[in-house]
Design a protein. Structure first.
Length: 165
C-alpha cells in the first residue's frame, strides 16, 4: 500500500485534481466506515427498547422486503458471516419474530419468513429508525441528499454489483 502511495506521489501528473482531492482529507472508504460505525452505535441505542440489535433489525427488514430466504442468502443480504446469521436467525425465531419453513421444491433448505409479530415489531421501530435517518440528513441541504444517496448506491454497485430496484 505504501509503495502505491509512493508511486502516486512521484508519478507524472501527481498534482492532478484527483490527487489534490485525496490529499485534502481522509479516504472516502475511511469516512464511509466511520459513518457505518456511528450509524450502528446510534441504531443499537434506538433499537434497544425494542430488544433488537442493528444486525437483527437488518435481517428483519431484509425479510420484509425479500420474503423467504435461506440463512445463507439472508447473511449475504445483511452483510454478515453465515455463522453470525445462524445465531441471529435462532434468536429471532425463539422470540417468534420469524419462522423457518421448508423451501418449496427442496425440503433440505429452510427459509426464514417474518411472522405477524415480526411485522408488528418493525412497524413499532419505524419511527425510531426514521428519526435517525432524519438526524443523518439534518444538516445536508435538500438538493444534496439525493446526490449523497446516489453516490452511496453507485459505490455499492461498483463494489458488489448491487443495484437498487
Amino acid at each position: 500500500m505504501a509503495e502505491a502511495a509512493d508511486r502516486r506521489d512521484t508519478a507524472p501528473g501527481a498534482d492532478s485534481d484527483a490527487d489534490a482531492e485525496t490529499s485534502k482529507g481522509p479516504l472516502t472508504i475511511y469516512l464511509v466506515k466511520q459513518l457505518d460505525l456511528a450509524i450502528r452505535s446510534f441504531m443499537d441505542d434506538a433499537l434497544r427498547p425494542y430488544g433488537l440489535t442493528t444486525f437483527q433489525y437488518t435481517a428483519l427488514t431484509v425479510l420484509q422486503h425479500r420474503g423467504g430466504l435461506s440463512s445463507a442468502q439472508l447473511a449475504r443480504r445483511s452483510f454478515v458471516r453465515p455463522q453470525t446469521m445462524h445465531e441471529i436467525v435462532r434468536s429471532l425465531e425463539e422470540r417468534g419474530l420469524i419462522e423457518r419453513v421448508h423451501a418449496p421444491g427442496n425440503r433440505r433448505i429452510t427459509e426464514a419468513r417474518l411472522t405477524p409479530e415480526g411485522e408488528e415489531l418493525l412497524t413499532a421501530c419505524a419511527s425510531a429508525v426514521q428519526m435517525l435517518e432524519d438526524r443523518l440528513l439534518l444538516d445536508m441541504p435538500e438538493k444534496r441528499r439525493s446526490a449523497f444517496r446516489q453516490g452511496l448506491e453507485d459505490g455499492l454497485a461498483s463494489l458488489t454489483g448491487w443495484h437498487h430496484g
